[in-house]
Design a protein around this ligand. Sequence first.
Ligand code: AKB
Length: 315
Amino acid sequence: MQKNDKILVIGSSGQLGTELVQNLRIVYGTENVIASDVKMSEQAKEGPFEIIDVLNAQGLFEIVKRYNITQIYLLAALLSATAEKMPKFAWDLNMNGLFNVLDLAKEKIIEKIYWPSSIAVFGPNTPKHNTSQFTIMEPSTAYGISKQSGERWCEYYFNKYNVDVRSLRYPGLIGWKSAPGGGTTDYAVHIFHEALKNGTYECFLSENATLPMMYMPDAIKGTIGIMQADPDKVKIRSSYNLAGFSFSPKEIAEEIKKHIPKFTISYKEDSRQQIADSWPKSISCAEAAADWGWKPEFDLSGMTSDMIENLRKCN
Ligand code: AKB
């Protein structure tokens, strides 16, 4: 960490942003981490906050200059389920937002970028188990197409303009501090809230829809970890596979029952099932482990205990 790091988190009020800002502030100091989103947020009470629309390049430039920003974490995006409802807006936001930030680094106005990719870069023709970093991709969702294209542009800006951009392909993220929005993996957070509140949950994916997932503390560790890694160790400049653990709705329901024995689950698939069907069931993160030392801490059982313990304390 350098003394003069000034960080801007764009899309900070979302599921990942909420927790990332808190953790970045512990590492870099509250005044050095500027949270921002398109709307005013409760985060404004906790430290510096700005309203930013990442599609407004001039507005973004002005904030970057005002705070002497050195690093941007660009989290603003439409996720898989919402992007299917408005594919062209998803393309606009997910791609042009990225270009606006990449161009700031190309012009040497900022030094470093974090941009999240996703397991959505993989598609129906991708091998489903222990999916490799380098394999058939061919995403079939609007979100996946935008993330795969974004990866290509990140690598292009690194090769062509020496832009220090770093990225991870997140699986579904599960946390108790913040709510997910618009994703296919969101059920894995909702299920805990409903289990504790009502003792039952109707799942929009089928009982055997296994997907790669990760507990939020691991996601935060990986995100800050790749950003702090020595540049020579970050050999992949498109995006790294990042694995935690995998489970199906049926398996997580069984795990929750160990803590809430009366919990019941029912299934009513909707259009998100088709998205889930197109994604891998498990991911290999061999390159992230070898290059910059990635190692997750939580498994299904550890995550479930921790989620339930913390959510019980909140209620
Ligand atoms: C989603 O479900 O869209 C996201 C993701 C896997 O990127 N959580």
